[in-house]
Design a protein around this ligand. Structure first.
Ligand code: SF4
Ligand code: SF4
Length: 229
């Protein structure tokens, strides 16, 4: 398992997201479809997708075919390798893989899907856009969404603006918040899309159109708003 780190936003409105990145043990797995060696890459009855190191010839077809890029090529052994779901341990009677056993915060669960329907109903797969072609069997809870943030200040008073009303709109849905004691506002948990935002304090306001969160979180930086005395 590898952890990928993604820096979200820009200084000083920054968050860092970490995501575990492993083989998704897909149904209709494209890695299996491209392997031409009988028995080198296959799905077990329990759902785990396995590369047999004794049969793999090192052609790398599967490395290129995996849309999640979870297969590594071992140059020394000339074989493809990836998460095995600790199939060898499960075969010895272990109830879960090593990562599940070792995680001190119990962040990883290994379950039969029929016993995990409640969790799965709240979860999502990593790249839902891939789901029409294959079915990943790893599910994520609490994947980070996007945020829009900024700081409102009065350039005449040289002070932050507290309790300015911030209104965000996208496709008929409205979100509101107020700037805090530091003039900061955060809209978190946003889906990808285009948002219009208005910041109002008394009779003055600022309007931002088409803030697009599709590619990244948005830090609007320091926003001047001159308030009447
Ligand atoms: S995540 Fe990649 S390597 Fe794992 S089963 Fe799916 S296609 Fe194959
Ligand atoms: S690298 Fe090995 S497992 Fe991958 S497609 Fe080639 S023979 Fe099959």
């Amino acid at each position: 398992m590898k952890l990928t780190e993604r820096v979200r936003g820009t200084v000083p409105k920054v968050k860092v997201a970490y995501r575990p990145h492993i083989c998704m043990h897909c149904d209709e797995a494209p890695c299996i479809a491209v392997c031409r060696i009988e028995g080198a890459l296959y799905k077990r009855d329990d759902g785990l997708v396995i590369i047999n190191p004794e049969k793999c010839t090192g052609c790398k077809n599967c490395v290129d075919a995996c849309p999640f890029k979870t297969i590594y090529f071992n140059e020394d052994l000339n074989i493809a390798q990836k998460c095995t779901g600790c199939a060898h341990l499960l075969d010895q009677g272990w109830k879960e893989p090593r990562c599940v056993d070792a995680c001190p915060t119990l962040a990883i669960k290994f379950m039969d899907e029929s016993n995990a329907k409640d969790l799965i109903s709240k979860a999502e797969v990593w790249s839902p856009e891939l789901k029409s072609d294959l079915t990943p069997r790893v599910y994520y809870l609490n994947l980070p969404k996007k945020f829009i943030a900024g700081t409102v200040y009065d350039p005449i008073e040289k002070e932050v603006v507290i309790e300015a009303k911030c209104t965000l709109q996208c496709n008929g849905t409205t979100y509101t918040t107020k700037t805090d004691n530091y003039g900061d506002f955060w809209f978190e948990g946003l889906n990808d899309g285009k948002y219009d935002m208005e910041i109002t304090k008394g009779p003055v306001s600022r309007l931002f159109k088409d803030l697009d969160t599709t590619e990244a979180d948005i830090n609007l930086g320091d926003i001047p708003l001159t308030c009447p005395p």
